[in-house]
Design a protein around this ligand. Structure first.
Ligand SMILES: Cc1cc2nc3c(=O)[nH]c(=O)nc-3n(C[C@H](O)[C@H](O)[C@H](O)COP(=O)(O)OP(=O)(O)OC[C@H]3O[C@@H](n4cnc5c(N)ncnc54)[C@H](O)[C@@H]3O)c2cc1C
Length: 289
């Protein structure tokens, strides 16, 4: 493993180095994906661009919309007071990433750019209709997170572009989120399946106004279960309706069999976890049918 190590001290310098090295360079945030991939020979960048000395990208801004700087760690998300209420799925997702040591250094931006279909925070961000902002030599561009994720380990990021921030709106009243993960053990484990959900009910808390259901580890990218979402919108959320959403989500996901689980088992997990996550949202809002 031979590479040149760079430590830009400002965003502009990081972007300039990114542009100069293009495909031959990789940004290093927490390194919990990158270093392992380099050790295993999966990637072999000739230039590693550390972001440790770049200021300003590790902030959570929660005035109106929420902005997560790309270098915000999972630990910082876990501890953020703004995420204890309706946005609680962010805490639930962040606190199951690896162990304490991993969460203290691993970043949300790294989780997004690494684009693992089994990433735990990405599904939560998708339920929030998050956007990502990338900065390159030609300026800044903002894309929906869903469109940013193009395949396993692949994104719409251009070579050398720096991910600077992830943004989403605060939720309307009568909204809640939930995240559930099934792994083969309880800690330090990549998801066999993970599910994130968001519900918004009408002011009387009787019908569903908006639903988001996202699934991890059951398709080439984290995916939205749109048929399941449609089955909820406009309806009272009885247990039967939630179970129907689970069946639809299991039908629309595209799992594979691998060392962790069979495709059939993954579908069964989706069918079980989706209604469970939706029930959690319903309870958190405090109402519903
Ligand atoms: C033991 C262990 C357990 C783990 N468990 C989990 C788990 O349970 N759930 C889970 O989701 N993940 C898990 N992971 C994976 C990893 O910790 C997360 O994906 C983490 O969020 C990656 O963040 P990072 O800052 O370490 O990224 P890095 O490794 O630094 O970078 C990852 C990729 O993103 C690129 N990158 C990083 N930041 C930027 C940026 N700002 N702009 C452009 N490109 C960038 C890098 O070049 C690299 O390609 C685990 C990893 C380990 C080692």
């Amino acid at each position: 493993m031979s590479f040149e190590y760079h430590e830009p001290a400002a965003v502009a310098e990081a972007v300039a180095l990114g542009a100069r090295f293009g495909e031959a360079g990789r940004f290093l945030a927490g390194g919990t994906d990158l270093i392992i991939q380099m050790r295993r020979g999966k990637v072999a960048p000739r230039h590693v661009l550390s972001l440790h000395r770049v200021p300003g990208l590790d902030r959570i801004e929660a005035n109106g919309a929420i902005t997560l700087g790309a270098l915000v760690t999972h630990r910082a998300v876990e501890r953020c007071a703004d995420f204890q209420g309706p946005l609680g799925a962010l805490v639930e997702g962040a606190r199951v990433v690896g162990g304490h040591q991993i969460r203290n250094v691993a970043t949300v931006g790294g989780n997004v750019v690494n684009a693992s279909p089994a990433a735990d925070v990405v599904p939560v961000l998708l339920t929030l209709d998050a956007t990502v902002t990338c900065l390159g030599p030609d300026g800044e561009r903002t894309l929906p997170l869903e469109g940013f994720l193009t395949g396993p380990g692949q994104t719409a990021r251009r070579p050398g572009e720096l991910l600077t921030a992830i943004r989403f709106e605060r939720l309307p009243p009568a909204s809640a989120t939930a995240f559930l993960k099934a792994g083969r053990r309880r800690a330090m484990e990549i998801s066999v399946v993970c599910v994130a959900a968001r519900l918004t009910l009408d002011p009387a808390r009787e019908r569903c106004l908006a639903a988001r259901i996202t699934l991890g580890a059951v398709a080439p990218t984290t995916m939205r279960a749109r048929a399941a979402e449609r089955a909820l919108e406009g309806r009272p959320l009885t247990d039967d309706v939630l179970r129907e959403a689970g069946r639809l989500a299991a039908g629309e996901c595209r799992p594979i069999s691998d060392v962790r689980a069979s495709a059939r088992y993954r579908r069964l997990l989706v069918e079980t976890l989706v209604p469970r996550a939706l029930r959690r949202c319903r309870e958190r809002i405090g109402g519903g049918a």
